[in-house]
Design a protein around this ligand. Structure first.
Ligand SMILES: C[S@@+](CC[C@H](N)C(=O)[O-])C[C@H]1O[C@@H](n2cnc3c(N)ncnc32)[C@H](O)[C@@H]1O
Length: 252
């Protein structure tokens, strides 16, 4: 099966479009929901490690409740995050392998968990969360798409404007091989600035795992796992799930 390249230009040379196509205000509800879920398990939680923090849009709200350390693979996304949240500590790193040699009261991996492509990568990211938590600390992550909710060739179109820039973003999701744990998102950007049109394309590979695989790997990483229906701010959306996990006081 021939795979398309995993370009992820949205996090590199096209990162400047991120605050336009996915502005910080869109993350406010989600951030409040995450805060409530963490505090529900650990009322005194103060420090938070955010793996795959991207442009810091969630952090803009989360930082009112937590002292955040943000980690992301992309220097371009971290530059945006630092501009938005100069009061947050950010560093480049891979959620599968980074070791900061300190622990936190809570760890969050939000939408960026979708970039884990195999069971091994997902387990590695959960392992990173585990080793950075204090005993009794809370790890929150969520599932936006599973094989059961995936719709072959679902295509969306969004239009966003800021100043004299307009971006029309078309996204197509396609799974060339339902037997493996990945699918492809292909983007077309129509970028117009003062009447001049620029057309760019981008390809991302993302992971697709059944919910029992998520649960099993979280338990294997050592967590006590609670599975909630739906994403943090869209509870009840069947097929998707939020996992609120606790590092037991005594490791199993
Ligand atoms: C959709 S963006 C996250 C946006 C973020 N929720 C925000 O508030 O701005 C996904 C991010 O995941 C990051 N990412 C993908 N794989 C990663 C990995 N292995 N380790 C760390 N970050 C990763 C990308 O660089 C990208 O910035």
């Amino acid at each position: 099966m021939k795979r398309s390249r995993d370009e992820r230009r949205l996090y590199h040379d096209l990162a400047w479009t991120w605050p336009i196509v996915s502005p910080p205000g869109r993350y406010t509800r989600e951030a409040h929901a995450i805060r409530r879920l963490i505090r529900g398990r650990a009322p005194g939680a103060r420090t938070l490690l955010h793996l795959g923090c991207g442009g810091g849009h969630l952090d803009k709200t989360l930082k009112r409740a937590f002292e955040i350390t943000g980690v992301d693979l992309s220097p371009a996304m971290l530059a945006l995050a630092r501009r938005l949240n100069p009061d947050v500590a950010y560093r480049v790193g891979d959620m599968r392998s980074i070791r900061l040699r300190r622990t936190f009261d809570a760890v969050v991996i939000a939408d960026s968990i979708a970039y884990m492509l195999t069971n091994r990568e997902l387990l590695a990211a959960f392992g990173t969360a585990f080793v950075h938590l204090v005993p009794g600390g809370v790890f929150l992550t969520y599932v936006e798409r599973t094989p059961a909710t995936f719709r072959q060739d679902a295509t969306t179109r969004a239009i966003a404007r800021r100043g004299d820039v307009e971006v029309v973003l078309i996204e197509n999701q396609h799974d060339p091989d339902p037997a493996d744990t990945t699918y492809e998102s292909t983007f077309v950007y129509l970028i117009r600035r003062r009447g001049r049109l620029r057309i760019e394309t981008d390809r991302h590979r993302l992971g697709l795992f059944p919910l029992p695989v998520w649960r099993g790997l979280l338990r294997r990483a050592g967590f006590r796992v609670t599975q909630l229906v739906g994403e943090p701010d869209r509870r009840g959306a069947r097929g998707n799930a939020t996992f609120v996990c606790v590092r037991p006081a005594i490791d199993r």
